[in-house]
Design a protein around this ligand. Structure first.
Ligand code: ZN
Length: 287
């Protein structure tokens, strides 16, 4: 169809509006080419936003949405494509240098939430996986029943692709661990203060000034909602000692007031600075 003919065809789509009592008067409503172009643009914009958001959250979600687009039942097609891509990544990612941390392991090392697995945020380089298994095994050997919980790690593919909001988790060599918690009676295996392991901050002195535009979130409004757990100082101290003693681990980030409280000062344990997220709700580790 030529450009002129097509234009006419769109411009000439007429709907008849019949108002009761004016049966013999018809009002033509024209759907103009401008309206058609506007709705096409809006659809393209919405698709772009969905693809970018899914890619930022899960890396493979955006691609799954693109695959699902031609299908009438798009959500079902998306879910099937996403599951297929995510399962395939378990086998393909190792060829590009990253391996998944087990989502089903009931041993001493586990992902804190299945959400991290569902979003493909559980990949690391093999050396880091070995170091994590060794540290968690040493922890459970020393304190029977201790579970070491992994939070955000890395996506399966592409060096330089950050796992937001952790800008540095972009090469498979970084991972976050949950704190070990206890109540007034005993250590609480596999439990964290917050449902996702992050954002339950331990308060303490800081040199950082209050700023509004910063990644150093305090989330004061959330803090009252957490259960009344304390950090398990014995396990926290031991895990930090094990990490710094491991030659594969290059750097550990923990907030200075906790390092002071635990007495674990070491050249490998650093402060992340005032512009990055707080590290008194989790431990950051990197090779
Ligand atoms: Zn981190």
């Amino acid at each position: 169809m030529g450009q002129t003919t097509r234009k006419f065809a769109i411009g000439a789509r007429i709907k008849r509006l019949v108002i009761p009592g004016f049966a013999n008067v018809n009002f033509p409503l024209f759907i103009s080419q401008n309206t058609f172009q506007f709705s096409t643009m809006v659809k393209a914009l919405v698709t772009t936003v969905i693809v970018i958001a899914l890619t930022l959250i899960s890396q493979l979600g955006g691609l799954a949405w693109i695959i699902a687009m031609p299908f009438r039942r798009r959500v079902i097609a998306f879910i099937l494509a996403y599951i297929t891509l995510s399962v395939a990544a378990v086998w393909i990612a190792p060829k590009f240098g990253r391996v998944p941390l087990s989502c089903f392991d009931s041993g001493s090392l586990a992902m804190q939430s299945k959400m991290y697995c569902a979003l493909n945020r559980n990949y690391v380089v093999p050396e880091l996986k070995e170091a994590l298994i060794d540290v968690s095994t040493a922890m459970s050997d020393k304190y029977t029943g201790t579970k070491t919980l992994v939070l955000d790690a890395n996506f399966p593919f592409l060096k330089g692709f950050p796992l937001l909001p952790h800008l540095s988790h972009d090469d498979g060599e970084k991972v976050d661990l949950a704190f070990y918690y206890r109540d007034e009676n005993a250590y609480l295996p596999s439990q964290t203060k917050s449902p996702i392991g992050y954002f339950a901050f331990e308060d303490g002195p800081t040199v950082c000034p209050k700023q509004t535009l910063t990644l150093r979130w305090d989330m004061a409004w959330l803090q009252g909602g957490w259960p009344d757990y304390q950090i398990d100082e014995t396990r926290m101290k031991t895990v930090l000692q094990l990490l710094v003693a491991d030659h594969r681990i290059g750097k550990v980030l923990v907030e200075p007031h906790l390092v002071e409280q635990l007495g674990t000062q070491n050249a490998k344990i650093r402060f992340q600075g005032c512009r990055a997220a707080r590290h008194d709700d989790h431990i950051h580790i990197q090779l």
